[in-house]
Ligand binder design. Structure first.
Ligand code: SF4
Length: 191
């Protein structure tokens, strides 16, 4: 029988988990202290540091739990007036921004028409990016508009910053892009 994820969850919750919880709750057992204890054990002895989710301009407040300098948990800060301890699904996964064995650690390049990725060293990749930016800019640079107005821009390059880039990086990035004549500049954090 083909069981979809939705059916599986509904079935699981509707039978085992749901019945167990409903049974306990129905018998008058107060699960509140148990849940609170499990929460306490998870972050027992952890140092708590307030922070902010970096993923969008809402800027939800978070609490980062660390043990021996290692992040063990990140959750919403209940003291925050606008997220009140909650985080959206993306923000709830911030832990993986720091601890993620699946993060690529090498530059991968796939040439036009190729079917396989090739590992490049960073120096080679940076040189190739610089080469292509210069070529594109040189080929598309508009010094003056048809009406004679000075433009000094290229419409062929678009810059998109990631939400986790910090202010200092964005400041330098803006300077570089505007210096090149790029006018289409956006950052995911603002979207
Ligand atoms: S990505 Fe989600 S959790 Fe993070 S600041 Fe935006 S709304 Fe809040």
């Amino acid at each position: 029988m083909d069981v979809s994820r939705r059916h599986f969850l509904r079935f699981s919750l509707g039978t085992g988990g749901g019945m167990a919880l409903a049974g306990l709750a129905g018998s008058g057992v107060n699960l509140g202290p148990l849940v609170a204890q499990a929460q306490d054990l998870r972050i027992k002895n952890a140092k708590v540091t307030p922070s902010i989710c970096p993923y969008c301009s809402v800027g939800c407040a978070t609490l980062i739990h660390t043990v021996d300098g290692q992040i063990v948990n990140i959750e919403g800060d209940p003291r925050s007036p606008h997220n009140e301890g909650t985080l959206c699904p993306k923000g709830a996964a911030i832990f993986q921004l720091h601890v993620n064995p699946n993060r690529p650690t090498q530059v991968l390049h796939r040439a036009p028409g190729a079917t396989e990725w090739e590992v490049w060293d960073l120096e080679r990749a940076m040189n190739r990016v610089a080469e292509l930016v210069k070529k594109t800019r040189d080929e598309t640079f508009i010094e003056k508009l048809p009406n004679g107005k000075l433009a000094n821009m290229t419409p062929a390059i678009f810059a998109l910053g990631g939400a986790t880039l910090e202010i200092e990086f964005n400041h330098i990035h803006q300077k570089l892009m505007r210096g090149l004549g790029v006018v289409a500049i956006e950052n995911q954090a603002r979207i």
